[in-house]
Design a protein around this ligand. Sequence first.
Ligand code: NZQ
Ligand code: ZN
Length: 394
Amino acid sequence: MIKDFNFYAPTRVVFGRETEKKIGQLVAANGGKKVLIHYGGGSAQRSGLLDVVRGQLRDADIAFCELGGVVPNPLLSKVREGIELCRREEVDFILAVGGGSVIDSSKAIDYGVSYDGDVWDFWAGKAVPSQCLPIGVVLTIPAAGSEMSSSCVITADEGLLKRGINSDLCRCRFAVMNPERTFTLPPYQTAAGATDIMMHTMERYFSKYEDMTLTDAISEALLRTVKDSALVVMRNPEDYRHRAQIMWAGSLAHNDLTECGTEKDFATHRLEHELSALFGVTHGAGLAAIWPSWARYVKDKHLSRFVQFAVNVMGVPNDFSHPEETAERGICTVEEFYRQIGMPTSIHELLGREITDQEIETMVEKCSRGGTITVGAMEVIDAKAMRDIYLMAR
Ligand code: NZQ
Ligand code: ZN
């Protein structure tokens, strides 16, 4: 069966070397007259990118103010600071310079500027965003895919609640992507980014809708490409060709292209968000720690899918008489790939210590919202299954 779909990808992608030279004209074309430049902890400053961005806006006669200091797994407190600044400065356009954390912080600020209530209402399920200022992105890390996604993931400082909401309102007007800007990424971030990119497509590939062979082919090509290119850039961080493949894949993996005719599962993501909320770990690394356990938990009920993945993506020979072994070898090959790029395959490896029973209970409680919700689509994961998977992954 092929699921009906409604594909919407309005973001203009400006891709390649020296594309930063187009920033001024892109902001102007999107009506930006007073811009907030939003950025993270310092990498964009150190690389000189922020100076390029400032120069672009000055040359285009566009006024701007700035707010840096967005941390990975971005916090609500910074969002509140941004909302106040935007109101005070009458900002009409936000330019995110960074990765998923900066983009999501920008989206959240955008939602909040024109909302009278508390901005967290959107993540608490008490309100739905109805307005959003335009956003542009200068992407520095391929990973979260937020530059083309409808998603915005924020962590409330109090209680460390990490939640995502989706709305087409926040889809970015443009994304400037120069693969050279990713040469400076620390190896761990490169690896975690590749893991996250692959997972965004795997979360849609592992689906009970199995008839859309075109989407499968796109997904499989994307997964093989990111896997192969990740191995190259871990050895040679300045390999433009492979950095470019990963960067483009990062956007396609999460702009819903690989969901056309299938559906979102995202159980691994939801389980991971509790890890990055509680322990502040890198999102992609958390996914690597969880996925093999999720896969082993669900694979027997979806064997043909896991066999197809093992053979078409991970290059495992098909043992037709033992499909369960082919499926298991596919999962083992993913673990082997994670080890090659320095990603963990368990929570122990992720944290560098044993997770306690109490910490697992806290994650189950938060992920299931006190046992009131389930996650996943191909296989529905309730509180008991969450606990089982965390225990397998520990
Ligand atoms: O803060 P700075 O100094 O800029 O350093 C960052 C940060 O420490 C560094 N970095 C980025 N570009 C760099 C660089 N260092 C050197 N050179 C560069 N060119 O990398 C670190 C990670 O940055 P971050 O923005 O946190 O990475 P990512 O893009 O992985 O974003 C992670 C966040 O996105 C959320 C995650 O949960 C997490 O909060 N996600 C958002 C999604 C969405 N909105 O669609 C979907 C994802 O599934 C994900 O949940
Ligand atoms: Zn992700």
